[in-house]
Write a new protein. Structure first.
Length: 211
């Protein structure tokens, strides 16, 4: 598959890029600063670009099989850039007639009980709430699109770790283990995303993964 990955230099984006290359896909990594990509591989092309520029997106994704956005707002940008990115991605893909889109989203809008969101829990860090709200607003925008999108929410805790190749999936509810913990490594999160890309099960849906 020919895949464009936005945000490929981030913690999650790097793992997605490596997983895609390991599986033999051809990847175009679009980043703000190409020097941040440390991977050298024959099937990897690195390009400078912005996920906030509709015209640039349309040009880069034209003729590609799929697009993955692992974009997260840099510290010097407002969380609302997630909403701007949602509009730009949907408009850019539509202009390019590229239908498949997978988006790395947030976990804050997942339900921990009927009608109760993770970000509404007292234990949810206040500093994370603006980003969680912006992710939720972006999801609402993706849900209006007729494109073949999938919105991937991570577990409550996601951090670099081992690639086990195992995980459990859910849709709008937080996935927890027998101890009530919700966690996933960035490596297995990338596995889940590439699994979904190769064998889709969550077209026009939110998906979440955890151990």
């Amino acid at each position: 598959m020919n895949i464009v990955i936005f945000g490929a230099s981030g913690t999650i984006g790097q793992r997605i890029t490596r997983e895609a290359l390991t599986r033999g896909h051809k990847v175009t990594a679009v980043v703000r600063n190409p020097r941040h990509i440390q991977i050298e591989q024959p099937h990897l092309t690195v390009q400078e670009g912005s996920v906030l520029n509709t015209a640039s997106i349309a040009q880069k994704v034209k003729g590609q099989d799929a697009v993955i956005s692992a974009f997260g707002p840099p510290h010097d940008q407002s969380p609302q850039t997630l909403v701007e990115a949602a509009h730009a991605l949907l408009n850019g893909l539509t202009q390019a007639d590229t239908r498949r889109l997978i988006v790395v989203g947030g976990a804050g809008s997942l339900e921990v009980a009927p009608g109760l969101l993770l970000m509404d829990q007292p234990s949810f860090p206040a500093a994370w709430r603006p980003v969680a709200l912006a992710h939720s607003d972006a999801l609402a925008i993706y849900r209006t699109s007729p494109l073949d999108w999938t919105y991937f929410s991570p577990a409550d805790m996601i951090e670099p770790g081992q690639r086990t190749g195992t995980y459990r999936t859910g849709t709008n509810q937080l996935v927890v283990d027998a101890q009530g913990k919700s966690r996933i490594s960035t490596e297995d999160f990338a596995v889940a995303i590439l699994d979904e890309l190769e064998q889709p099960h969550f077209i026009r849906q939110r998906c979440t993964v955890a151990y």
